[in-house]
Design a protein around this ligand. Structure first.
Ligand SMILES: [Mg+2]
Length: 325
């Protein structure tokens, strides 16, 4: 049982055909997502009781994964790299890259991101990993150097290809529509478009949300979802990070296995789809990266990317000790 229940349903699709009242609810919801507001709402200690630190509970996590194949899934922004104002400069540290490389040598490892796959790869630059970009709508396996590579075909899955021209058109319209809003940043993630609010003054959030809605009303086949200071436009197909997780487990040959233990680490609302799948499958566990209490389907928490490094490093050391023994 969670100690905290927000007034609004947090994970909601933002149906664009509804009235303007919805815009204020997106903006309110985006504000509510910012740590200072949440901090006052909840006591950190009770939340940590529900979602203890994955570092503190490391031995317990190993215990429940005993005898099972650990498979690693990680979000990129806010998980492997810090959240920065300019999304094009969300670099990961060298230490993080070294750690993720060692991790991929120990376990099948996938990065699951809202960004387009090529962009995530350019940040991470590790050929040993699986990459699921655009919220899992564009999945590719390791090119080389991975002992967990399955088959010879490296592009695994692109369930939304038919939407590419439409997404591109919407991207161009959004760039045009939002060009007079200071700080607004529209990012083309190939299978989805992100409108970033990070550098927009909070007073202009409502205007920006109205601009996005004005463009979106002509596209009933696209839907809007809300992330961390971002509105995202995606095709209406049943595909999300949870589906991507299931697809990857299947591709790795663990479709109906009981001896697999997926570990998913992420910081965003869109990661909740994956946390939820793990709960439903009663398999593995989710770790939310957050310094502040949030409603989540994850079981454990880590405060920031620096703690993610420590956790991954401990997993690597544990695996190496076992392999050596
Ligand atoms: Mg993230």
């Amino acid at each position: 049982m969670l100690m905290y229940r927000p007034k609004k349903k947090v994970l909601q699709d933002l149906h664009i055909n509804n009235g303007g009242g919805l815009i204020s609810s997106w903006v309110d919801s985006m504000r509510a997502c910012s740590p200072t507001h949440l901090k006052s709402l909840m006591k950190q200690s009770s939340w940590l009781t529900e979602h203890p630190s994955a570092l503190d509970m490391f031995e317990d996590i190993l215990h429940v994964s005993e005898g099972k194949q650990i498979v690693m899934f990680m979000d990129y922004d806010g998980t492997l790299s810090p959240i920065v104002d300019d999304p094009d400069r969300a670099f990961m540290s060298k230490k993080m890259r070294r750690t993720v490389r060692k991790l991929a040598n120990c376990f099948p490892t996938a990065i699951v991101s809202g960004r387009c796959r090529e962009k995530v790869y350019n940040f991470v630059k590790l050929t040993e990993l699986y990459y699921a970009g655009s919220h899992g709508m564009d999945i590719k396996g390791p090119e080389q150097g991975s002992k967990y590579k399955e088959g010879s075909e490296s592009v695994l899955c692109q369930p939304a290809t038919e939407f590419l021209p439409m997404i591109d058109e919407v991207y161009k319209k959004l760039v045009e529509k939002t060009k007079f809003t200071p700080g607004a940043n529209v990012e083309n993630n190939k299978f989805c478009v992100s409108v970033h609010f990070r550098r927009v003054d909070e007073h202009n959030w409502s205007d920006l949300a109205h601009q996005v809605r004005a463009v979106m009303k002509d596209y009933p086949k696209l839907r809007l979802t809300q992330g961390r200071k971002v509105l995202e436009i995606r095709p209406i197909i049943k595909w999300d990070k949870g589906k991507a997780l299931e697809f990857l487990l299947e591709s790795l040959g663990y479709a109906n296995c009981t001896d697999v233990f997926p570990l998913y680490i992420g910081d965003d609302r869109t990661d909740e789809d994956a946390f939820k799948i793990l709960r439903e499958r009663r398999q593995g566990l989710g770790i939310l990266v957050s310094k502040f209490p949030k409603e989540t389907n994850a079981s454990y928490s880590l405060q920031e990317p620096a703690e993610v490094i420590d956790f991954l490093q401990r997993l690597v050391e544990w695996k190496q000790l076992r392999s050596g023994a």
